[in-house]
Design a protein. Structure first.
Length: 356
């Protein structure tokens, strides 16, 4: 190998080495500093538990499913607490807030205990003031279960609960307070809500202490989202058609008493229509172990359609006996006003029992 070739080889090796050094230095400068291990454990709180302010800001409620008793929500979970280890002397007027990433300093582990699945976390922000006050903001999405009081359905109001506990190993180390400046109000949400069946009334925050396993008491932040159902869909597309079907069954009271064929045809058709209608909308009805108003109304319609059968059979049996012909006519005339009056009275009783 000539001297020229050796020189070129040395130049290449030096260039590769220099490039490697520059790359390593650039990566070292871009890499985040290693978190201080002393800031990761919970802050020393002494004898009293750490006071943790909890707030909630709701971005959207995507759906409310009364059949499954679940609702889907997007929002911000907020916390505020004091950590003396993070206090600092500001270097200037622009150094009034310092930002940390998750894992660099201690943050509480919030547990939304009525979640169907663990919540999805997106963006997280941790900001600290010179005095050591920490503000925590977390964007989340979750599907929650909540008990629905559906006895008045579809004229009901619901309270959708979001229940937040500290992580089970931190229950004795902290208490909750209300982060008052970050409670969402319904007025803001109603500007873009897409929930066609619901009106959102308010959010009612509450801090309580709950007893869990082995009589151990734990702090709980409870946010009750009050919603009111828009009942017009059920009024015009369920209740009114059922009323018309029942009224149709009463036409047998006005047909000639001897015309049994037409009477039976009307009564059977009406009963089958009511049954088919009930099956068609059953998927939208809540499956609860007690009667709701709409269930009681359906049963009432079944009973009064069946009463039309009873009346026509009574009239037919009376007409089969020549001496009882007048009795059949009297039964038919009596049913013309007695059955509708009984239907009205029964529904007034249902309204008083379920909706009053």
């Amino acid at each position: 190998m000539t001297r020229l070739a050796r020189g070129l080889m040395r130049i290449r090796i030096a260039a590769v080495a220099a490039a490697a050094i520059v790359l390593i230095a650039a990566r070292a400068m871009a890499a985040p500093p290693a978190p201080d291990a002393a800031l990761v454990p919970p802050p020393p709180s002494g004898t009293p538990p750490l006071k943790l302010g909890v707030g909630l800001h709701i971005i959207n409620i995507a759906s409310i499913d009364e059949v499954r008793e679940q609702f889907e929500i997007d929002g911000y979970l907020l916390g505020r607490w004091y950590d003396p280890r993070l206090s600092y002397a500001p270097s200037g007027p622009d150094d009034q807030l310092r930002t940390y990433r998750r894992g660099e300093v201690w943050t509480p582990e919030f547990e939304i205990v009525n979640g169907v699945t663990p919540r999805d976390r997106y963006d997280t922000a941790i900001r600290v003031t010179p005095a050591g006050w920490v503000s925590y903001t977390e964007r989340f999405h979750i599907i929650l279960s909540s008990k629905f009081a559906l006895m008045r359905f579809p004229f009901d109001e619901q309270s959708l609960l979001i229940l937040i506990h500290p992580f089970i190993h931190e229950t004795g180390e902290m208490t909750f307070t209300l982060y008052d400046h970050h409670i969402w109000t319904a007025k803001e949400f109603n500007q873009y809500s897409s929930l066609a069946q619901w009106d959102l009334e308010a959010v009612e925050p509450e801090i309580v202490t709950e007893e869990i396993y082995n009589r151990h008491r734990v702090a709980e932040a409870r946010f009750a989202i009050r919603v009111k159902r828009r009942f017009h869909f059920y009024l015009w597309k369920v209740i009114l058609p059922l009323v018309l079907m029942v009224v149709l069954s009463w036409s047998v009271f006005w047909i000639e008493a001897r015309d049994l064929s037409n009477q039976v045809q009307i009564a059977v058709t009406t009963l089958l229509t009511v049954i088919a209608f009930a099956f068609a909308i059953s998927a939208t009805m809540p499956r609860v172990p007690y009667l709701t108003y709409i269930d009681a109304f359906f049963l009432t319609c079944y009973v009064f359609v069946f009463l039309a059968f009873v009346e026509l059979m009574a009239v037919h049996l009376a007409h089969r006996r020549e001496r009882a012909t007048d009795l059949g006519i009297r039964i038919q005339k009596f049913a013309r006003w007695a059955v509708p009056a009984a239907f009205i009275v029964t529904n007034l009783i249902l309204i008083e029992h379920f909706l009053a």
